[in-house]
Structures are given as structure tokens and as C-alpha cells.
Design a protein around this ligand. Structure first.
Ligand code: DGL
Length: 265
């Protein structure tokens, strides 16, 4: 048993879509969530910069005594997960990747679309994922520059976000995709809009639940789960502007959150 916190990070509020599922599955765990909002978007930056930020963020979370790390960001996983695992071999690190494997099982017509950041889609990790799992399906990758910023601003159903999403979905629908992977942790917040824009037969898949289940099993195996009689506390940190972060969280989670701080990192 171990009551130390789990560290979770993303470039911004996207990882909160993962945090929500973790919280439901592991209500006894303390979680420190760090949004590296000052440096958004990770998805349009060089991999070396994302590696640098991921190391800084991980070092900070380790200084807060975390027992495990969740990289709640597909882009940071693609750029930095291997290096972080090498650098911190004794820290359990759970990372995200686009749900290519489940999508190959879900598709009926063999056409799968992926919405993700440019950084994720051009990474060697994504290419390896396709090599491994996508031999019998056609995968159509669609980078979505600008989309995560809409979510950061809390614009979930505005005309601007809707149009950007329509533009990004258009090539995937034209190709006949019946399955769409949300390969960025920000995009699950667009599910209500997606269900308005997509034909009913199109299946939308994200990795939040799988990651939460994996985290649970890693902690369980290493006897790192927290005491079941306690209620977990969540602390939210941002390297960006606090007022803006608070406002977006309020919109995304429909509740006011007390434990939020700004961090210079
Ligand atoms: N939420 C992130 C992801 O899962 C990236 C967003 C960004 O900073 O571009 O890829």
C-alpha cells in the first residue's frame, strides 16, 4: 500500500479527460495534475523541445514525491516516453498512444481515421504503431493544428471550433472512415460536437479508459495502490495563466475546483 500521489501531465487541459477516468477508477488516489500551459501547443513544437519540457515537468513531479507518472499527452509520449523511462527506470510510467489497435478491431470497412497533433503523427512511435497493428486496414491521419487551442479557451461548441472540426473531419469522411481515433487527449472534450457532426455509424475511440485500467493494474502489481478507506485529493497546477486555466476547468468539468495553483517552471 502506498498513499503517495500519482503525477499526471499534459501540455494543457487535455489530460483532464484522462484524469477524470483515473479518478473514477481510483477514487482513493491523490493526484497532482500539471498542465504545462505556458508552452502550448506541444503538437506544433520540435520533439527536442517537448523532451526538454517533459523532463522538467517530471523532475518537478518527482520533487513532490509521486509514486507513478501518467503522461496524459500523446505528443509528449511520442517524443519523450522512451527517454523518461530510461532516465527514471524505477518510476512506473504510464503513457498514451492513439488507439490504433482497438480501432482495427472496431472498423467494419477497414478504414480508420486518426485526429491528432502534427507532432504525434510525424513521430517514429506512431509509424511503429501503424506497422505493428494496422497491416490490414487503411489509416488516414489528420493533423489538427489550432484545435487544442479551442479547447484550452473553453470553446467546445463555438462556430469557430465547429468549422475547424468540420474541416478536419472532411478528408476522413470523404475517405469513408467508419472509425475515428481521438489521438490527442484534448479531443474527447469535443465528443458532444463530434456526435452532431458524424454519421451515426461512425465509431469514435479514445484511450483514456485503457490508460486508467493500465495504471490500476501497474499499481496493483507493484503494491502501490492507496489505502481503500481514504478519499483521494486532486491538485491542479498550471505553468500558464491561472485565471484562464480556472475558467476553462470550470467549463470542462462543470464545477468549481478549489485546489488550483500557478507554478513557475
Ligand atoms: N493533449 C496533447 C496530446 O494528447 C497535445 C496538445 C498540444 O499541446 O498540442 O497530444
Amino acid at each position: 500500500m502506498n498513499n503517495q500521489a500519482i503525477g499526471v501531465f499534459d501540455s494543457g487541459v487535455g489530460g483532464l479527460s484522462v484524469l477524470k477516468v483515473i479518478q473514477q477508477l481510483l477514487p482513493n488516489e491523490d493526484i497532482i495534475y500539471l498542465a504545462d500551459s505556458k508552452y502550448i501547443p506541444y503538437g506544433e513544437k520540435e520533439a527536442s523541445f517537448i523532451v526538454e519540457r517533459s523532463v522538467i515537468v517530471t523532475n518537478y513531479l518527482l520533487s513532490q514525491g509521486i509514486k507513478a507518472l501518467v503522461i496524459a499527452c500523446n505528443t509528449a509520449t511520442a517524443a519523450a516516453a522512451t527517454l523518461l523511462r530510461e532516465q527514471y527506470p524505477s518510476l512506473p510510467i504510464i503513457a498514451m498512444e492513439p488507439a490504433v489497435k482497438p480501432a482495427t478491431k472496431a472498423t467494419i470497412n477497414g478504414k480508420v481515421g486518426v485526429l491528432a497533433t502534427s507532432g504525434t503523427l510525424r513521430s517514429a512511435k506512431f509509424a511503429a504503431l501503424l506497422d505493428k497493428f494496422a497491416n490490414n486496414v487503411a489509416v488516414f491521419a489528420q493533423p489538427c493544428p489550432g484545435l487544442m487551442e479551442c479547447i484550452e479557451r473553453g470553446e467546445l461548441i463555438t462556430t469557430n471550433t465547429r468549422q475547424l472540426l468540420i474541416n478536419n473531419l472532411q478528408p476522413l469522411l470523404a475517405a469513408g472512415c467508419d472509425t475515428i481515433i481521438l489521438g490527442c487527449t484534448h479531443y474527447p472534450f469535443l465528443r458532444p460536437l463530434l456526435s452532431q457532426l458524424l454519421p451515426a455509424n461512425v465509431v469514435v475511440i479514445d484511450t483514456g479508459e485503457a490508460v486508467a485500467r493500465h495504471l490500476n493494474s501497474v499499481l496493483d502489481k507493484q503494491q502501490l495502490l492507496a489505502d481503500r478507506s481514504r478519499a483521494g485529493q486532486i491538485k491542479l497546477l498550471t505553468t500558464g495563466a491561472l485565471a484562464c486555466f480556472k475558467q476553462t476547468i470550470h467549463l470542462l468539468w462543470q464545477s468549481h475546483y478549489q485546489n488550483i495553483e500557478q507554478l513557475n517552471l
